[in-house]
Design a protein around this ligand. Structure first.
Ligand code: BG6
Length: 551
């Protein structure tokens, strides 16, 4: 193996025996080396004692398997799943014995489906499009036409999967991706059970991947879980929270637990408060059917932001195995306390007409497919407290919104002021609070903000400055998309980056009382598109003596 320019890898040849890593192994960051993986050097890599021990890629090539996507013509599949599968193939991380089956209502031929996959891969893939990769992937692509209520369609699916086992050598290992609304989960699960596809069989595995939302409150999440676990073994169920697949989110674990300098100050002795922001500049963008009635808090806070909060606040896990990681996250979620006065410590908004960059845009109520009297919030902000020795007294502020000033996700840990400042008061009026900001996206990296002396002058004037680490500047490899990482983890049977049922339920337990309170309020406060949300949110922080950061 040698270090090479990114994306020069090819599929390992079918003759190479690459061991599938099918253990429920611990979380290990994927290899930072892009490798040339021709047949001979991939084979050498297993036997050659001179192989670079730093190369982490080979044990992470999936074993023979296939993936079936329900909802394959949907937005998520077109923009994220299909391109991610191609990118994995292009990086040499899929086995030669790989199959991809689309299940959809449309009356398409297999060739038509292949064209559809190719078109979407070409439009959205992260790595360069290569005919050689495409050809190999396309040879394992199948299409099954049918509806979820039709047992015959599932029989055809079963035949297709058996044919892949026989002709492509997928060896009975199949993952089923439910990129469909939750109301369809029970029906699809039962059909899979009825045609014998749900249970692992003779050493082969069956896994199910469930896209969020996992219900719309605690009761529905429990019901969903009951139905799915009737059919699939709990260890075969992978719930996707794609934020956990983002490199920068995983970098939180590196930042906190690979370094000595953050831990001593990561507590209520030094931290004043934490702001977790997930802002989008886009509107509801063709997803009216899903979004209206769900809203910002259920869409983002219940899953992505509570997971980010858990990773920020948790204690050091014993290891990065799924069990150890989830134990720590669960402790944080169990220790969350809601504010007593929800009116004072939560805020909701709904975008009105305004601007997205240089485009004039309509308000939420005028979007296509939205009920003109909708009370769904497109902005949500909440204060939570974590009742532990480490965090007592440190508020965590979570906010998210659509049509805000720009697309940015960040975790900002804001520190208390120095207990004493031996300067003239006028010299420090531009000194803010110190902060460590984990920039999840875009411009992934970490910023530290602290005071520095303004050069020149006669007085000791101190002003805020930033020190930056940027992924793009420090590493030559570009970060994989979250879905690449997560799909590969499912194929490897590697569960640490998937939230457990308990985490999902605790998150609903946190959100339900807030949703209940909001449901009594009527219309959310409007905010102009392109701004940073409703006045209510500014006031919510001002009450605690803070201000939202302007990312
Ligand atoms: C999804 C939400 O989970 O995340 C969408 O349902 C949102 O509403 C999307 O737009 C944002 O993902 P990302 O990776 O672009 O931040």
């Amino acid at each position: 193996l040698r270090r090479s320019a990114p994306w020069t890898s090819t599929y390992p040849s079918p003759s190479v025996s690459v061991q599938p890593s099918d253990e429920r192994s611990s979380f290990a960051p994927s290899g930072s080396y892009e490798t040339v993986s021709t047949a001979s050097n991939a084979a050498d890599a297993w036997t050659n004692p001179l192989r670079d021990p730093r190369d982490l890629r080979l044990p992470r090539i999936a074993g023979p398997c296939s993936i079936v996507i329900f909802g394959v013509t949907g937005d998520l599949s077109r923009k994220k799943l299909l391109p991610a599968i191609y990118d994995l193939a292009n990086r040499g991380l899929l086995p030669p014995s790989f199959g991809l089956t689309g299940f959809a209502r449309r009356d398409w031929t297999e060739d038509h489906f292949k064209d559809f996959v190719k078109e979407n891969v070409q439009a959205h893939c992260r790595t360069p499009f290569k005919e050689s990769t495409w050809k190999q992937l396309a040879a394992g692509i199948r299409f099954v036409q049918g509806t979820f209520d039709d047992p015959k369609a599932f029989e055809r699916l079963s035949d297709t999967v058996a044919e892949l086992d026989r002709d492509r050598g997928t060896r009975g290992n199949h993952a089923f991706y439910m990129s469909v609304p939750p109301r369809a989960f029970p029906q699809v699960s039962r059909q899979l059970a009825d045609c014998g596809l749900a249970k692992s069989d003779k050493g082969a595995w069956r896994r199910v991947i469930i896209e969020k939302p996992f219900g719309h409150d605690l009761a529905s999440a429990k019901e969903l879980d009951r139905v799915v676990s009737e059919v699939f073994d709990p260890s075969s169920v992978f719930r996707i929270d794609h934020y956990l697949g983002k490199e920068t989110v995983q970098n939180m674990l590196a930042l906190r637990f690979a370094n000595a300098m953050y831990e001593p100050i990561w507590n209520n002795n030094y931290v004043d408060h934490v702001q977790i922001t997930m802002a989008e500049d886009i509107g509801v963008a063709g997803r009216a059917g899903y979004y209206d009635g769900i809203g910002a808090a259920r869409d983002i806070i219940q899953n992505h932001l509570l997971q980010l909060m858990a990773l920020t606040a948790m204690e050091e896990p014993v290891s990065f195995s799924a069990a150890d990681l989830t134990a720590e996250k669960t402790k944080v979620l169990s220790a969350v306390r809601l504010p007593k006065d929800l009116a004072a410590h939560t805020a909701r908004g709904q975008y009105a007409a305004g601007w997205q960059g240089s485009h004039e845009v309509v308000g939420y109520l005028d979007e296509k497919g939205i009920n003109p009297a909708s009370t769904t919030e497109t902005y949500a902000a909440i204060r939570l407290d974590v009742d532990t020795r480490r965090w007592a007294g440190v508020p965590f502020y979570l906010r998210t919104g659509k049509r805000l000033g720009k697309r940015v996700t960040e975790i900002a840990v804001i520190f208390k002021r120095a207990p004493h400042l031996p300067f003239e008061t006028t010299a420090t009026k531009e000194l803010g609070k110190n902060a460590i900001v984990i920039r999840v996206q875009p411009d992934e990296g970490v910023t530290m903000r602290f005071g520095a002396k303004v050069p020149g002058g006669t007085s000791m004037e101190v002003r805020d400055v930033s020190m930056d680490f940027g992924y793009g500047r420090s590493f030559t490899e570009s970060s994989p998309e979250a879905y690449e990482r997560l799909i590969l983890d499912v194929l490897l049977g590697d569960p640490p980056l998937f939230p457990t049922t308990r985490e999902v339920e605790l998150s609903w337990q946190i959100l339900d009382p807030i949703e209940e309170f909001w449901s009594t309020l009527g219309q959310p406060q409007p905010y102009r598109s392109g701004t940073w949300g409703p006045q209510e949110a500014t006031e919510m922080l001002a009450r605690d003596g803070h201000r939202w950061r302007m990312p």
